[in-house]
Design a binder for this molecule. Structure first.
Ligand SMILES: *Cc1c(COP(=O)(O)O)cnc(C)c1O
Length: 390
């Protein structure tokens, strides 16, 4: 058919440029030359899902009752397990019927929620640097992102008071994420109280992403946004089993908090998808009721890797702050380098892949992100290469 032309929608054409393309190209070339690449770029746990969770899936998969369409909001038993876990972990009370919604991974809910709240042209407050789904979900709903820079001098928390009045008044949603990807910053309960105050004064619903609340160090447990007084009146929290239980491939997460927001997100979901495979929800119940031994072992492992990589980077003259949570190191690049330039240099000299900070937003320029999701032995090798070659 001559003249036929596939034309995509503006929302696809308006996606930001893929900033990692140049690095990907060099990485591929290095691999094809036979270079042994150490990939410290991926935020995906390398360790397996604990065996009790896998057994529970196997058993549940054999039950024909689990082979039909699941309800979009999730099994009552899974939602109850979530509420029980919130009570145990954060002392937060949740009604499993109205304040918990099962998600096909938290990314699904984060990507969909702007469809429930954003009209064309509305503003969404989005952290920069940040997880890219906040702004792409906004874009797909026809909204506009207003960037909240996360700066070192503010401990990588947004300065809510500096948001211009007109922006504040036109804002219909705010995304926040602590413990934070990529900066690894942790927020205090005090900060969350300020957020509740800001949100209620300006009538801006809050979406807090707590995907990393269980990846913490030295037994200092990061708070939930819902622990702040009045948080449930103004917002919801997204959570995931992905990072806590090494379950990224399973696709299960949840949203909890304000019932009107949960109901709106549920309405979007019920029109677009059908919940999570019930056998996976059964496995999720198993995960949330498992004792902490396996997760504690995970945390100790990340901590050893963290300390090892930091000492190597310090010896190479890089200034690294010790993260209190997440499996990321957010490191200033040396003077004279851009984020991308330093990532290329690291790949070229040492065969190490790390993620240039500007890929997470303009305010990430000047930083590079290392992940701790490879074996200690490989981190050791990375440290050795940095010592000899950087
Ligand atoms: C990994 C991650 C998620 C979630 O992942 P799911 O697997 O979709 O639950 C959410 N937010 C941030 C910031 C992440 O890094």
């Amino acid at each position: 058919m001559s003249g036929f032309k596939i034309e995509t929608a503006e929302r696809l054409r308006n996606l930001p440029p893929y900033l990692f393309a140049a690095i990907d190209k060099i990485k591929k070339e290095a691999v094809s030359r036979g270079v042994d690449i150490i990939n410290l770029g991926i935020g995906d746990p390398d360790l397996p899902t604990p065996p009790n969770i896998i057994s529970r899936l196997n058993k549940a998969a054999e039950d024909p009752r689990n082979h039909q369409y699941p309800t979009y909001e999730g099994m009552a038993s899974f939602r109850k397990a979530v509420a029980d876990w919130y009570k145990r972990r954060f002392s937060v009370d949740l009604d499993p019927e109205t304040e918990v919604l099962t998600l096909i991974g938290s990314k699904e809910g984060i990507g969909h929620i702007p469809l429930g709240f954003i009209n064309p042209g509305d503003i969404v407050l989005v952290p920069s640097p940040g997880y890219p789904v906040y702004s792409t979900g906004t874009l797909f709903a026809g909204g506009r992102s207003y960037w909240l820079p996360l700066l070192k001098e503010n401990h990588f928390l947004p300065d809510l008071a500096s948001i211009p009045d007109d922006i504040r008044k036109a804002s219909r949603l705010i995304f926040l994420n602590y413990p934070n990807n990529p900066t690894s910053a942790v927020a205090s309960e005090r900060f969350f109280e300020d957020v509740v105050e800001f949100a209620s004064r300006n009538n801006i619903p809050v979406c807090h992403d707590a995907a990393y609340s269980e990846i913490y160090y030295d037994n200092i447990r990061p708070p939930s946004f819902l622990q702040a007084d009045g948080a449930k009146d103004v917002g919801i929290e997204f959570h995931s089993l992905s990072k806590t239980y090494n379950m990224t491939g399973w696709r299960i997460g949840f949203a909890v908090g304000n019932r009107e927001m949960i109901s709106a997100l549920g309405k979007v979901k019920s029109n677009l998808d059908s919940g999570v495979f019930q056998a996976i929800q059964e496995a999720g119940i198993e995960a949330l009721s498992t004792d902490d031994a396996a997760i504690n072992e995970n945390r100790r492992r990340y901590q050893r890797r963290r300390d090892m990589l930091i000492s190597g980077l310090n010896k190479a003259g890089l200034d690294v702050e010790i993260p209190k949570a997440t499996f990321y190191l957010w490191v200033s690049v040396p003077k004279g380098f851009t984020s991308t330039g330093f990532a290329m240099h690291l790949l070229d000299k040492c065969g190490i892949v790390a993620t240039p900070g500007n890929g997470f937003g303009d305010a990430g320029e000047g930083y590079i992100r290392f992940t701790l999701t490879v074996a200690e032995e490989r981190i050791g090798e990375a440290v050795e290469r940095i010592r000899l070659k950087l």
